[in-house]
Write a protein that binds this ligand. Structure first.
Ligand SMILES: NC(=O)c1ccc[n+]([C@@H]2O[C@H](COP(=O)([O-])OP(=O)(O)OC[C@H]3O[C@@H](n4cnc5c(N)ncnc54)[C@H](OP(=O)(O)O)[C@@H]3O)[C@@H](O)[C@H]2O)c1
Length: 257
């Protein structure tokens, strides 16, 4: 249990990949702050599953796209715990449009939740990591470097997250805060159903060189490794978790390109 006694905030951890990350870190002994926005029941169920692993869970509702709500998250962590060891920037939203159809509202909504929130959370988290070091991991996606249909604004926000990861890694290195990212290919969650039609899922599975789709647990395993001391000399990097998809693009079926 290499995270015994650590405290982790996982944004957007009531469902999907965030939930898998929260449970993985909890299974290694970390207490978890479960942040959610719209689905309270899912977040409370996640908290119950975390507590069943023998660690603490605290649920905080906040739209991370709103800076005042981020202030509230960290005020709560500050008064209830007074420290933080791990920040996982996982929460994401977006508008599925081509670049030419993105308007100012869609741009701001997506960038605020997916990129600006990661910066603001890191700024707050760093204060609570002062003198003890810490780990920050942001969840990006292959759409940060590959062009995917109707993914323009999300892909741009995910590229910003990767650039932010590099800058933070260098700026926070003297404080012994390790900053990295994980970029996943298609993972079977609610979000994926939004971007890829249900009938194309089998093709996506077949197109993955590893022979199956990436699961939320695959992403969580990479995140947990980056939160371990064994990964402490990995700084500012983006670990790709895609079963080989990005280095074998010829296997991607035409319908999904
Ligand atoms: N699924 C994929 O294929 C895939 C691939 C690559 C990368 N990713 C990345 O992995 C991460 C998780 O994706 P997912 O597939 O698990 O997504 P998901 O199933 O749609 O879940 C999104 C999570 O983010 C939370 N969230 C959304 N907007 C929020 C906001 N404004 N404030 C706070 N929380 C918010 C949601 O909470 P509520 O339900 O409470 O609103 C939910 O827990 C994202 O960063 C995503 O971009 C996903």
């Amino acid at each position: 249990m290499f995270l015994q006694g650590k405290l982790a905030l996982v944004t957007g951890s009531g469902r999907g990949i965030g939930k898998a990350i929260a449970l993985k870190l909890a299974s290694q002994g970390a207490d978890i702050i479960v942040n959610f926005f719209r689905h309270r029941e899912a977040a409370e169920e996640t908290a119950r599953e975390i507590e069943a692993l023998g660690v603490k869970a605290q649920v905080i509702r906040a739209n991370v796209g709103n800076p005042a709500k981020i202030d509230e998250i960290f005020d709560t962590i500050s008064s209830d715990f007074g420290y933080l060891d791990i920040l996982i920037n996982n929460a994401a939203s977006g508008v599925g449009r081509s670049a030419m159809d993105v308007d100012i509202k869609a741009w701001d909504w997506t960038m605020d939740i997916n990129a600006k929130a990661a910066l603001l959370c890191a700024q707050h988290a760093t204060k609570l990591m002062e003198g003890r070091g810490g780990k920050i991991v942001s969840i990006s996606s292959l759409g940060s470097s590959l062009v995917l249909p109707t993914y323009a604004i999300v892909g741009i926000s995910k590229a910003a997250l990767i650039a932010l990861t590099r800058y933070l890694a260098i700026e926070l290195a003297p404080k012994n805060i390790c900053v990295n990212a994980v970029a996943a290919s298609a993972v079977e969650t609610e979000a994926l159903k939004f971007y890829i039609k249900e009938q194309l899922m089998p093709d996506t599975r077949q197109a993955t060189p590893a022979g199956r789709m990436v699961t939320p647990e695959d992403v969580a395993n990479a995140v947990a490794f980056l939160c371990s001391e064994e990964a402490s000399m990995i700084r500012g990097q983006t670990i790709i978790v895609d079963g080989g998809t990005s280095i074998a693009p010829f296997t991607i079926p035409k319908e999904t390109q």
